[in-house]
Design a protein around this ligand. Structure first.
Ligand code: SAM
Ligand code: SF4
Length: 362
């Protein structure tokens, strides 16, 4: 019998994390005395991803195991107030300019609007968005926008109902489309739609692009990364950006436009002369690690400097232990100073991280 990898650290959450009582702050030897989240390779993190839950309404094969991730006990999750406080520290003291709530599925948190509202109060003027599978968004969009949400990215890999059901292990395509329509009606346009490139759905990629253009969505394809809980990813089987371009080229004329800004992960192409575009995030075959500007907080309150780096720094222990904002900022800076150079997927010694995408927060 093969062991099932649940996508969580082999040790109990937090046991490999710095920041627990008595632990020492990450080394900052050689770090310049600047407020921002700089690292040894000259990068500055300004884009914060906050995972708010490990729970999800889908079971995408490239992300979750069929049974879902093991539940995180409620007391181990950051509260809405703790998230709001960290977002405030990030914006005020560390130069964070954008915050995206993710998971798991952020809509699984009943207090998501409270999280957004407290974050908006703590970080006025900062762009607050969610990455969501869209299920239930139609019922929640109004309260989220009222709380201060400024943008929504919806993940949708195919508009073929049978393919959707087999890829996500749930027959919920109509619910996702209802969520997209609601976000559109709430004025969150142009809506970004993200699709992970998979062999099973590659032939349907032109249909998805046609649907996106027709529905005023900005579609971006993402190369599949070795972040699935089942550890089935294989370099030889993943769909590279170049292959997608060939498939889209059978129906559309694509002209390279480039990146919207140098740290944007997506390279854009004009479709049929524009103005419609399609983006490709070639995380594996055209890695953009050298321009990465992300910092991540997991649902349990650890800083993760890279999707692929298992070293985490626990801020929840500091928050609950009475640390002041400057102390928390100091630990966060230390965590980011030690960010690794890149994901190293092509190195002979590469091993996928212990946590899967859904357990980190994509
Ligand atoms: N549940 C939400 C959703 O699906 O949008 C938010 C969390 S999900 C982990 C965030 C993003 O990560 C989604 O766009 C998803 O498609 C992407 N993702 C998940 N696993 C991935 C993988 N192995 N490689 C590349 N992208 C992945
Ligand atoms: Fe859930 Fe998002 Fe992972 Fe799909 S990609 S299983 S929707 S967390």
């Amino acid at each position: 019998m093969t062991a099932v990898n649940l996508g969580l650290p082999a040790r109990p959450a937090g046991s490999n994390a710095l920041g627990a009582p008595g632990a020492s702050a990450p080394s900052t030897a050689g770090r310049p005395d600047v407020p921002g989240l700089v690292d040894r390779f000259g990068r500055v993190a300004r884009d914060l991803r906050v995972s708010v839950t490990e729970k999800c309404s889908l079971r995408c094969t490239y992300c979750m195991p069929a049974e879902g991730l093991p539940s995180i006990p409620r007391e181990q999750l950051l509260t809405a107030a703790e998230i709001g406080r960290l977002v405030g520290i990030g914006a005020r003291d560390l130069g964070i300019t954008e915050v995206r709530f993710t998971g798991g599925e952020p809509l699984m948190r009943a207090d998501l609007a409270e999280i957004v509202g407290l974050s908006a109060d703590a970080a006025p003027g900062v762009d607050l968005s969610i990455t969501t599978n869209g299920i239930g968004l139609d019922h929640r969009i109004r309260s989220l926008v009222d709380a201060g949400l400024t943008r929504v990215n919806v993940s949708l890999d195919t508009v073929d109902r049978a393919h959707f059901a087999s890829l996500t292990r749930r027959d919920r395509l109509p619910a996702v489309l209802a969520g997209i329509r609601a976000a559109h009606d709430a004025g969150l346009t142009p809506l970004k739609v993200n699709a992970v490139l998979m062999r099973e759905t590659l032939a349907g990629a032109p249909d998805l692009l046609a649907w996106a253009i027709e529905n005023d969505c900005r579609l971006r394809f993402i190369e599949q990364m070795p972040l699935d809980a089942d550890h089935n990813w294989a370099r030889d089987n993943m769909v590279p950006a170049a292959e997608l371009l060939d498939v889209l080229g059978t129906r559309f004329t694509l002209i390279e436009k480039g990146r919207d800004d140098p740290s944007a992960p997506a390279e854009e192409w004009f479709v049929n002369g524009g103005p419609a575009t399609v983006g490709i995030i070639a995380s594996v075959t055209r890695s953009f690690c050298s321009a990465c500007d992300r910092t991540r907080i997991t649902a349990e309150g650890t800083v993760r400097s890279c999707l692929f780096g298992d070293q985490e720094t626990d801020l929840r222990g500091l928050l609950r232990g009475g640390a002041d904002d400057s102390e928390i900022a100091r630990w966060w800076r230390g965590a980011m100073w030690n960010k690794q150079a890149g994901h190293g997927i092509d190195s002979a010694t590469f091993a996928p991280p212990q946590r899967s995408m859904g357990a980190i927060g994509g």
